[in-house]
Design a protein around this ligand. Sequence first.
Ligand code: GLA
Length: 413
Amino acid sequence: MKLIKLNLTILFVIVFVFNAKPQDTSYKLTFKKFENLAPTPPMGWNSWNKFGCNIDEELIKDIAKAMVMSGMKDAGYQYINLDDCWHGQRDSLGFIHPDPEKFPSGMKALADYIHSMGLKIGIYSDAGNLTCGGRPGSRGYEFQDAMTYASWGIDYLKYDWCNTDGLNAEGAYKTISGAIKKAGRPMILSICEWGQNLPWRWGHEVAQLWRTTTDIHDCFDCIIDHGFWEAWGVLQILDAQDSLRRYSGPNNWNDPDMLEVGNQGLSYNESKSHFTMWAMLSAPLIAGNDIRNMNEETKSILLNQNIISVDQDPLGIAAFKYKSTNDIDIWVKPLSNNEWAICFLNRSKNIKELTFDWSSEKIKDNLINKELDFSKTKFKIFNLWTSKNQGFTNKPLNLKIESHDIIALKLIP
Ligand code: GLA
């Protein structure tokens, strides 16, 4: 009898506890990102590399116009992203406002303008108290800021990692991702913590892209020492990417930072190589130059549809480094329709010559277990920069590559 009483008591306790659970489940947070916002790497423009903190609404509107007029929009560029320093102050209720002098019409009006041109708008914040440029960060205001961005019509948030004393990166990015989800407006989340906390391991759940390194600098081969941090050139960033390719794919992109094409530190050949390699890596193509004033060379790079197609290939498989020989890096990227892109990058200061005998090369992509067998399949060789056919893979190919230049080919079975 005693045992039955005890069992009944336990049962009552269980039923009570169960019923006592709140019926309202809206408190439940999902940290899962919005689905399918970036099936291919995002393309657009960002203010930081060229303009730093010198941004205002007139500049951004002119950039949006230039995006359309230059043909960039038609080529696939979509996002107009404001980086650091758009901020004014928080009001007494904690709501963030844009700098009233630089953005007198407000962010909603700017977003409406950009949307009216068929483009999308991105904004920038930081997981810490202050952004890297010393403006108000989102720490403690994550849900309020996400709601505010959603009410303005923001489509993309780059979220930085300065001044984050005591925060855990994975947790902080989950919080902002949950806040975006809760705010209800689909928004790409771009993690920008410079690869310090291995975001490629946990970023898939919460974001569409994550920076893999420190900031890019507009040089081909250099390290700029800023004291407590370094900025890297194109080659330094490139060399940190090969081991990360398996983390990249549709809706989950490694981000080797924004483009420096058209900025003064890179020559034409260097800009070509930078753009081509970012496409090979399936990197986001976010222009970082003044697209209102582009010379023909810069346009010919940013608008090269052959290279853009390599980046935007629906398979979304990043390239791997097949081999390095005599200062030439050879990278290979599998494309849809059994096509492949292959690039020969001359890292050196001298012109290089190379004879590439396809029949003696064994190119295998171990990630997808696919092999290029030149003895079984003859490929047509299409040059992605000259847009000319360059024979077939049954004959050795003689290459001459200028310093810091790249030869990019598509192999068509
Ligand atoms: C960090 C980021 C840059 C840029 C600046 C803005 O350095 O990595 O891309 O957003 O902050 O202050």
